[in-house]
Design a protein around this ligand. Structure first.
Ligand code: ATP
Ligand code: MG
Length: 331
């Protein structure tokens, strides 16, 4: 049976890295019927909107999407395309696996953890206003429902992936009500998962510990802002943006996308690293239950990275050539 999956090439390096990921996935033997939809700069030029309804409708219909970076046009009246997508589809969990690969120069080796970031509230609801002329106020929203949902998600992920520990990150010593609630919810949920170790830590201490000993972590769960910052920090520990995949997950819809943006400085030159897009595809295949194919691609990728890479990794392969090497290593 073929899977129907929405493919959004996106902007900048998007079409190149998504094109490469698609070729690798198609070569792996899994039967996918891609529904290709344009969003971002192209649809803005042709249709006057960076997020046409057909994009949302296609994802709602297929339930699964592989997405390139989509930029939001600068100027009045444009809300972030990515934030709008997450809200419209209620993609409440943002997942970013952080993993070392052999052959990659990086600050740390043998790192393997997952950042689970709450994706719908905290300081990202965008509710802010001026208080007079010389002060501004941003509202931080933390709810019991969203906190319990993301903590449960983190424990379920730990169980599914055979991981041993969940570390909850907060600043409840200062934000006693909001972060205090998040922490309380985590502690409550942890009681249901006695097979998994639970600890909590304040975000400043966590930043130091992650830089010093990232090998100590397994699953990290955090409210939106801390999760955002810690996941970029973590990507930096294992080799950078070209390697970091991600997923936005909701109740029954999931959108897989690299952590990086459109990188206009290197777009159209066949030099972008498609690894993060390919690994986002690997996450997608695991999600739809194609574990075996996902593993096959990840192994081929790891094999390729051992002695070859794109320019950002100090290698000399182009985007396309790198993808071809991965395809050669599929077995
Ligand atoms: P956006 O506004 O869409 O986020 P950006 O200019 O911030 O775009 P990012 O994609 O966030 O660009 O990445 C920052 C820089 O990291 C890029 O300018 C690029 O040089 C580098 N980079 C990002 N992704 C990749 C990649 N896949 N391969 C190689 N280099 C990359
Ligand atoms: Mg960026």
């Amino acid at each position: 049976m073929a899977y129907n999956i929405t493919l959004i090439p996106g902007d900048g390096i998007g079409p190149e890295v998504i094109g490469a990921a698609r070729k690798v996935i198609d070569a792996s033997g899994v039967d996918i019927s891609w529904e290709i939809v344009e969003a971002g700069a192209i649809s803005n030029k042709n249709l006057g909107t960076p997020l046409p309804n057909y994009v949302i409708n296609s994802i709602k219909k297929n339930k699964i999407a592989l997405k390139g970076p989509v930029t939001t046009p600068i100027g009045e009246g444009f809300k972030s395309v990515n934030v709008t997508l997450r809200q419209n589809l209620n993609l409440f969990a943002n997942i970013r696996p952080i993993k070392s690969y052999e052959g990659i120069e990086s600050i740390h080796k043998n790192v393997d953890f997952v950042v689970v970031r709450e994706n719908t509230e905290d300081l990202y609801t965008g509710i802010e206003h001026m208080v007079g002329e010389d002060a501004a106020e941003s509202i931080k929203i933390i709810t019991k429902d969203a906190s319990e949902r993301i903590c449960r998600f983190a424990f379920e992920l730990a169980r599914r992936e055979g991981r041993k520990k969940v570390t909850l990150v907060h600043k409840a010593n200062i934000m006693k009500l909001s972060d205090g609630l998040f922490l309380r919810c985590g502690k409550e949920i942890a009681k249901e998962y006695t097979d998994i170790e639970f600890e909590d830590i304040i975000v400043d201490a966590m930043s130091m510990k992650l830089v010093q000993n990232p090998q100590n972590y397994d699953v990290i769960v955090a409210p939106n802002l801390y999760g955002d910052i810690l996941s970029d920090l973590s990507a930096g520990l294992v080799g950078g943006l070209g390697l970091a995949p991600g997923a936005n997950i909701g109740e029954d819809i999931a959108v897989f996308e690299s952590v990086h943006g459109s990188a206009p400085d290197i777009a159209g030159k066949n030099i972008a690293n498609p690894t993060s897009a390919i690994l986002s595809g690997v996450m997608m295949l695991k999600y739809i239950g194609e574990e075996r194919v996902a593993k096959k691609i990840e192994n081929a990728l790891a094999e390729t990275l051992k002695d070859k890479g794109t320019i950002d990794l100090g290698g000399n392969l182009g985007t396309e050539e790198f993808a071809q090497e991965v395809i050669k290593n599929l077995k």
